[in-house]
Write a protein that binds this ligand. Structure first.
Ligand code: DX5
Ligand code: ZN
Length: 220
């Protein structure tokens, strides 16, 4: 089994010391940078947009994993490619023409991901699963960091894993929301390939050690 990757979410970083926090992640055992873009429409919160992402990109030395919590994401696909997103994930619930959106992301040279809210069944992805590089399973309702993990997520990951295997796909499963040292091992065993962690990493006293610990637990 391949390693479970760790993707710290910069949403929980200190925005007045972003470069410091980015360097911490660069020098840690983290694998990806997880970037949450919120528009205040799809989710009841606004995070940051293109100028901040451009500034972040200048300093990151790892995969830039961009999670769009916005309506009509097609409008911005080219712009995210220009800035240097490596993985671009759109929400199932925000896309009327999901298949077209996925192809548009790939046409720009990025990996294509689809995120599903806690209420959205993994079965709805069966006709596009072969086209997806990644499925992001939301383990909280999107919009805010620091929320409690929803237990039903384990079952969803298992079902998704079955769907991926059944279709001979090589889609990665990412889990986002309320990830800690308490659930990382079980998530990984259920089939998660990438664990996003915001508060658990950035609210810790020793962030580097917390990332290392999370990675060890996820791969235990
Ligand atoms: C929530 C975001 C998450 C968030 C996770 O809508 O998608 O990436 O930063 O934060 P924690 O790990 O604190 O739940
Ligand atoms: Zn996210």
């Amino acid at each position: 089994m391949s390693d479970t990757l760790i993707a710290p979410s910069l949403l929980a970083a200190d925005f007045a010391n972003l470069q410091r926090d980015i360097e911490m992640v660069n020098n840690s055992e983290a694998d990806w940078f997880h970037i949450d873009i919120m528009d205040g429409v799809f989710v009841p919160n606004i995070s940051y947009g293109m100028p901040v992402l451009e500034a972040i990109k200048k300093h990151t030395k790892k995969t830039l994993d961009v999670h769009l919590m916005i309506v009509d994401p097609d409008r911005y696909i080219k712009e995210f490619a220009r800035i240097g997103a490596n993985v671009l994930t759109v929400h199932y619930e925000a896309c009327t023409h999901l298949h077209r959106t996925i192809q548009a992301i790939k046409a720009e040279g990025m990996k294509a991901g689809v995120a599903i809210n806690p209420h959205t069944s993994v079965d709805l992805l069966k006709d596009v699963i072969k086209d997806l590089d990644l499925v992001l399973v939301m383990s909280v309702n999107p919009g805010f960091g620091g929320q409690s993990f929803i237990e039903n997520t384990y079952v969803k990951i298992q079902k998704l894993k079955e769907l991926i295997t059944l279709n001979n796909a090589d889609t990665l499963i990412e889990v986002d929301g309320g990830v800690t040292d308490k659930n990382a091992a079980e998530l990984s065993q259920a089939g998660a390939n990438v664990l996003v962690a915001g508060s658990f990493v950035f609210k810790a006293e020793d962030q580097t050690a917390t990332i290392k610990n999370l990675k060890n637990i996820a791969n235990s």
